[in-house]
Design a protein around this ligand. Structure first.
Ligand code: 0X9
Ligand code: ZN
Length: 314
C-alpha cells in the first residue's frame, strides 16, 4: 500500500489492517489480543505463509504505540505490515522471511491513550503518554513501567498517580500490559516460548536499546549471561549500523523498572529490543513519515531473520 502522508487514527489503523488482510488473505490475518481499559480492541496482524496454521516456525513480536503520543511508532508498524505483505512474492528476502517465520505486529498497544492524544491537536489530550485508567490520585499508568519483572524495584518509575511514569498499583495492573503479557505467555507451546525476538517501538531519540533497564550491570547471575549480553549487544549494534541510531543498553539511557523488554527477556528469555525512532519530536511533520519509517526497513527485517537462532550473532 502507499506510504502514509498523514498519521492514522485508531479507526483508520483498524481500517488499514482490515484492508491489508482482505488483500493478502493467504499471508495476513488480523487478531485481537485483548481489550483496553475503555474496551477498545488491541489489534494485531499475524504475517506468515499458511497464516491460518500454527506452524513450527520461529516467531517474532513487534509492538508499537505503548506510549500514546509516540505517533510515528504506529506508522512504523503499518509500514512494516505494508512491505511484508506488498512485497511478498516479488522481493526474495521478504518472501523467504514470511515463508519461514510467524510475525506478529501490534501497531497500537495503547488505543485509549492514542485516541485521547489524537482527538484534538489542541486539546488537553495532546502529549499524553500513559493509558487512560483512573488511578488513586489521577489518570493513567505508564505501561512501560507496569510489566512484571522487578516491577518498581529500582528506579525510573513512580508511585505518584500524577506522574508520567506512574507504575500502577501492581505489576500488570493495566489491562493493556496484561494483554501483551498474556499474549506472549500464550505463545509458549509445550514449555517452549515460540517468540524468539521482541521489539517495542517508541520515539523519538534515535536509539537501539536492549535489557536490562533496571540495572547498570550488563550481566546478571541467572538472568543475563555474558553470552546473552553479547548477543543483545551484537544484534543491537548491527541494527544501529543499519538505521544510523545510537546503540546502548537501556540503563545507559536511564534506569527504568517494569519495562516491556526487561520482562520479555527477564521472564520469557526472548531476545528483546526497544527502538526510539528518530524524528526529533513526538509529532514529526507527516511529510516525513515515509523517510523516517523507510529508514528502519533493513533493521526490522534483520531482527526477524535473527529469530531462527539469535546466537548466530556471536
Ligand atoms: O522511558 C521510556 O519508557 C522510553 N523512552 S520514551 O521517551 N519513549 O518514553 C525508554 C525506555 C528505555 N528502557 C527500556 N527499554 N528498558
Ligand atoms: Zn515511549
Amino acid at each position: 500500500s502507499a506510504a502514509a502522508t498523514s498519521y492514522h487514527t485508531y479507526a483508520e489503523t483498524l481500517a488499514e489492517i482490515d484492508a491489508v488482510v482482505a488483500a493478502h488473505p493467504q499471508i495476513a490475518r488480523k487478531f485481537v489480543a485483548g481489550r483496553s481499559y475503555q474496551g477498545r480492541d488491541i489489534v494485531g496482524v499475524k504475517i506468515s505463509d499458511n497464516v491460518g496454521t500454527d506452524e513450527n516456525e520461529p516467531e517474532v513480536l513487534y509492538i508499537a504505540n505503548i506510549h500514546a503520543r509516540e505517533r510515528l511508532t504506529n506508522e512504523q508498524a503499518l509500514y512494516f505490515i505494508g512491505i511484508l505483505t506488498g512485497e511478498y512474492g516479488s522481493n526474495s528476502r521478504i518472501t523467504e522471511l514470511v515463508d519461514s517465520r510467524e510475525i506478529w505486529i501490534i501497531p497500537i498497544t495503547n488505543p485509549d491513550g492514542q485516541v485521547y492524544d489524537m482527538t484534538s491537536d489542541t486539546s488537553a489530550g495532546r502529549g499524553w503518554r500513559k493509558n487512560r485508567q483512573p488511578n488513586p490520585t489521577a489518570t493513567g499508568t505508564d505501561l512501560n513501567r507496569n510489566f512484571a519483572y522487578r516491577w518498581g524495584c529500582c528506579g525510573g518509575s513512580s508511585s505518584n498517580g500524577a506522574s508520567e511514569t506512574y507504575r500502577g498499583t501492581a505489576a500488570e495492573s493495566a489491562p493493556e500490559t496484561k494483554v501483551i503479557a498474556d499474549f506472549v505467555r500464550s505463545r509458549r507451546v509445550g514449555g517452549v516460548q515460540q517468540i524468539k525476538i521482541f521489539l517495542d517501538i517508541h520515539s523519538y531519540g534515535g536509539l537501539v536499546l536492549w535489557p536490562f533497564g533496571y540495572t547498570y550491570a550488563d550481566t546478571v547471575t541467572g538472568a543475563m549471561s555474558a553470552d546473552e549480553a553479547a548477543t543483545h549487544r551484537t544484534i543491537g549494534r548491527q541494527l544501529a549500523a543499519s538505521n544510523g541510531y545510537t546503540p546502548q543498553q537501556s540503563s545507559d539511557l536511564y534506569i527504568t523498572d517494569g519495562s516491556s523488554d526487561d520482562w520479555t527477556w527477564g521472564d520469557q528469555r526472548i531476545f528483546s529490543f526497544t527502538f526510539e525512532l528518530a524524528g526529533g519530536s513526538f509529532y514529526p511533520s507527516p511529510a516525513n513519515i515515509e523517510t523516517l519509517t523507510q529508514r528502519n526497513r533493513d533493521a526490522l527485517l534483520t531482527l526477524a531473520e535473527y529469530a531462527d537462532c539469535p546466537y548466530r550473532a556471536i
